[in-house]
Structures are given as structure tokens and as C-alpha cells.
Design a protein around this ligand. Structure first.
Ligand code: EPU
Length: 356
């Protein structure tokens, strides 16, 4: 086991924020993690699990022991009557895994193409895009308890998936009451994730962006590969590539409000983009709310609001020479956005990334 000290984290977070890990260990197998837990000094340290670093804001050097998950592997595990069960190591890159499933002839993840990050991070925030969420294709996962070294398996119900939410985002003695007893934040490391992809594949097409592509390309019955290509094109057109412009995807969640609250917001601005949900509540487009407060293209220091999608905060600095945005600048910008949306619409936006 190699214990690395003062490791630059800039290459390992998609915002390209300059910060260091005081201590970092790479976890390429269960055995690596058991070695960490068997070492009295390392075992005693608080721990931070780092996946693809695509959903974090680093506000300084990281003092907890950083466990950088690099567990490889992807395979067809089994076939049931109705599903292909695929398994991937937590360290696999999400998009490469999605592309691989399609190449192997197992469609079902195509709407989630190009989401940055790793397979192991995908259940933590129940990633989703264009009408499909991870929980729709999830079978189960294996994780290791960071206190005891015991490996356990969770099914979807036990993961308590919600919109960009799961049991892994909640502390055991905090968070919402529903998750209190179950909270696994900082208590477990996801080792492997299994996906159940239906043998009878049906396209998920409902989104306006996809429908525009269908019309433009004159395709009414797309296959999964075609949808994958459209999603990649749609995302590339409006979301910044983290390899070029540092960012953490959508910075805020789309808020859900009651019909009464929505009526109040419509009274403030009738153009507000909103979608009625099956349970009678209403989802608002946070990007639109931020945009209508005039934030698109604005900056605080080197942290900015992306010109083509106001829900995405970006690092305008040249990360590689160390002159990028600080985590403090990103958070100052985020707070200023929250305040102005609150003043105008009476709604407090909730950040999506984890602040460290
Ligand atoms: N809009 C504006 N101005 C903006 C941005 C958006 O008016 O600056 C409007 C758009 O015109 C549209 C609406 O807001 O009418 C929604 O925008 P968009 O379709 O881009 O989707 P979103 O709600 O902003 C969500 C997810 C994305 C996901 C897309 C597609 C969240 C927080 N974000 O974005 O996920 O790719 O839908 O499904 O739910 C992510 O989580 O990191 C992410 C990129």
C-alpha cells in the first residue's frame, strides 16, 4: 500500500480547483482498503472517498484521508428472464462504461451518456439525464463499511434513492428524518455497482431536445446508438467539457414546489419554466430562475456562470498554471445567486455538489 503525502488534487476534481490532499491512498481493490483499515494510524483518520471528483467543490486542502477509488472491471454478470445484469468496478469512468454497454449490445443507459464521473459515484447522487435516472436501471451494489471492513450489498430500496439523492449523502445522525437511521455518508466505500438492463429495450424520448433531433434527422424510430449520439451532441452543445472548462455539472437542484407556491412564483414572472409532476407538485427549472435574475455570464473572481447554461458554474481560470478559481470564489458566487433568486422568487436553491 502506497501512502502519498501532499498530493495535488487539481487533476482529480472536475472544477480544476487547486488544493492538496494531506494524505491519499489509491484503492484499486478490496484488499487495498482492508490494508488501510488494518493500519492503526490510517484507520483512525476521518476519511473522504474520492471518485471522479465531478461533484465536489474544494474550499481548501483536504485533511481527512483521501481514498481515491480506482477499482476496475466491467462484465456481464448474469442473464435473468427479463434483464441483463452488468457489473462495473467503482473506479470505471461512467461514460466509457455506458459506451461499452452499447458496444456489447446491452442498451438502456444511453440517455445518461457523457455524465462526468465514475461508476462508483453514480448511485451517490442518483445521476440522471433526459428522462432516465440511475435508479431506473439499478440492480444492487457492494460497499465496504469503513469502520469494520465488512462488505455488504444494498438493493435500490436500501439505497433510498431520490432526486440527486441517496443514503450515501446523509450522515447517520443528521440529514432528513427518513434517512437518519440509514445514513452512510463517509461510512462506506462503494466497490461495485450492478445494473439491470431490460432485454426488451424501449427508447426514452420525451424530452424536447431529443424530439428536435428526431425531426432534424428525420428519424422516428431511433436505436440506442442513435440516442447515445444525440445525447452526446445535445450535452456538448450546452454543457462545458470539464476537460476544457472546469465545472461540476448542474450546480443547483431543480426545486420542487407545491401548486400554490408555483402560482405565487408565476405571479412574480409568468414566463417561469415549470413542469407538473405526477404527484401534483411542480418542478421549476433552476437554470431559468438564475438566468432570469441576470446571472448568465457573470463572475466572481475566476468563478463564473456558464454563458450557455446558467445552472452550471465554471472555473474561468487556466487551471494548469495554478491561476484558477478558488473554492471560496465558487461558493461566494453560489451564495450570491441563492440570495438573488430568493429575493426575487422566495425560493432557496439547494446546491448539488458536496463542499469540502
Ligand atoms: N434555461 C434557461 N436558461 C438557462 C438554463 C436553462 O432559460 O440558462 C431553461 C431551458 O431553456 C429549459 C429549462 O431551463 O427550458 C431546463 O433546462 P435544461 O433542459 O438545460 O435542463 P436542466 O433542468 O437545467 C437538468 C439536469 C441536468 C440534465 C438535464 C437534462 C438537474 C439539476 N440538472 O438540467 O443534469 O443533463 O436536466 O435531463 O436536474 C447535472 O445534474 O449535472 C446535469 C447536467
Amino acid at each position: 500500500m502506497l501512502v502519498e503525502k501532499n498530493v495535488p488534487l487539481q487533476p482529480y476534481n472536475s472544477f480544476h480547483i487547486v488544493a492538496k490532499a494531506q494524505t491519499l491512498v489509491r484503492i484499486a481493490s478490496e484488499q487495498d482498503l482492508l490494508c488501510v483499515l488494518a493500519d492503526p494510524e490510517l484507520a483512525a483518520l476521518p476519511k473522504f472517498v474520492l471518485g471522479g471528483g465531478s461533484n465536489i467543490v474544494l474550499t481548501g486542502d483536504v485533511k481527512p484521508l483521501v481514498l481515491k477509488v480506482e477499482i476496475p472491471g466491467k462484465r456481464l454478470l448474469q442473464e435473468t428472464e427479463r434483464h441483463f445484469i452488468l457489473e462495473a468496478g467503482a473506479g470505471e469512468n461512467w461514460h466509457e462504461f455506458v459506451a461499452w454497454t452499447l458496444e456489447q449490445g446491452y442498451p438502456g443507459l444511453e440517455n445518461m451518456a457523457l455524465i462526468p464521473g465514475t461508476v462508483g459515484a453514480s448511485p451517490v447522487q442518483n445521476v440522471g439525464a433526459y428522462g432516465v435516472e440511475l435508479q431506473d436501471r439499478f440492480d444492487s451494489l457492494d460497499a465496504m463499511d469503513l469502520e469494520t471492513g465488512v462488505i455488504f450489498t444494498l438493493n435500490a430500496a436500501q439505497c433510498a434513492f431520490g432526486y440527486r439523492d441517496s443514503v450515501f449523502k446523509h450522515a447517520s445522525n443528521g440529514g432528513s428524518p427518513a434517512h437518519q437511521a440509514l445514513g452512510l455518508k463517509d461510512r462506506a466505500l462503494i466497490l461495485r455497482v450492478r445494473f439491470a438492463l431490460p432485454k426488451v429495450w424501449k427508447p426514452v424520448l420525451g424530452y424536447a431536445d431529443i424530439e428536435k433531433k428526431m425531426v432534424a434527422d428525420g428519424v422516428s424510430k431511433p436505436d440506442a446508438r442513435q440516442i447515445f449520439d444525440w445525447i452526446c451532441a445535445i450535452r456538448r452543445a450546452k454543457l462545458p467539457d470539464p476537460a476544457v472548462i472546469g465545472n461540476a455539472g448542474s450546480f443547483f437542484k431543480n426545486p420542487t414546489v407545491s401548486r400554490e407556491q408555483c402560482a405565487d412564483i408565476i405571479a412574480r414572472d409568468p414566463k417561469v419554466v415549470h413542469y407538473l409532476l405526477a404527484d401534483g407538485s411542480v418542478k421549476l427549472a433552476a437554470g431559468w430562475l438564475i438566468d432570469s435574475c441576470g446571472w448568465r455570464g457573470k463572475s466572481v473572481g475566476q468563478a463564473g456562470v456558464y454563458e450557455k447554461q446558467a445552472l452550471v458554474l465554471v472555473n474561468r481560470g487556466k487551471g494548469s498554471n495554478g491561476l484558477g478559481a478558488t473554492g471560496g470564489e465558487v461558493m461566494t458566487l453560489a451564495k450570491a445567486i441563492q440570495t438573488s433568486v430568493y429575493e426575487r422568487f422566495g425560493l432557496m436553491l439547494e446546491p448539488e455538489p458536496v463542499t469540502i
